[in-house]
Design a protein around this ligand. Sequence first.
Ligand SMILES: [Zn+2]
Length: 298
Amino acid sequence: MVKRGLLAAGHYRRTLRRSRFPGVVVLCYHGLRGDDTPAGAMAFENLHVRESTFDAHCRVLRDMCDPISLDDWRASMAGRAPLPPRPVLLTFDDGYRSVLTLGAPVLKAHGLPAVVFVCSEPAERRRLVWFDDLAAREGEDAVEAWKAHPYGDWLKTCAANTHAVADDDPRALLRPDEVGQLSRQPGIEIGSHTARHAILSQATAAEQRAEIEDSRAAIARWTGRPVRAFAYPNGRPRVDYTATTSSLLDELGFDSAFTTRRAFATPDEPPLERSRFLMLAEVMAPELAHRLAYAWPR
Ligand SMILES: [Zn+2]
């Protein structure tokens, strides 16, 4: 309540306009949900931000910060143009269809760039991602348990046995033609999130390479563009991926990769291990403004 009043009174705007971020604020979204979708209708629903909440987030980012594209960031790293004082990059993991149907119009209306990281295999086969499939049948705890299994077991038991999903299901991923369509919206870049959302630390180097290369090839085919950005599934450094993973990305020509380490992406960070702030559905616009102005660790 207090934060809502502070936002309405322009307090966060004044504070932010006087400030300079120590690095880029990279926001990690997943899917979006229509305002009329009933609560409790899907697993992991806190990862699917309400459409109106997302619109309010975008307003805060546009009015109080300096949204950038990944190309703007690349240009600054190459010394061509400095970053603005409060740079923010929006990212979306997994490749949910709602990013196109609900998110893209909002991004366009506010003129905001974004990067969308797609899991190519369930997108192409029109299947649920393994964790959405498993959570629907056995609950979210079963998903946590399976993240600790070796890749081969997981592939055979979870990733190879997912169910078909209808395009209008909020858990559906983008269709291949829609990945292409989204990539053509100005400011939007498509990156890889592996083929099947594999926990790469559980896989051999050859298995990791196949997960990364398969998704890179599919997305390049669908968009007609080279794929240079990557997001590590689950994303915790040294837990969900290893130094081997980052070397593979380097070898395969990726120039930017994103973790879920919760921090500003400072200039001294390796470009293949960028930090991000996870965005959940429960974070309303005043809370986002508060975090941007004060709460996120400097
Ligand atoms: Zn993911």
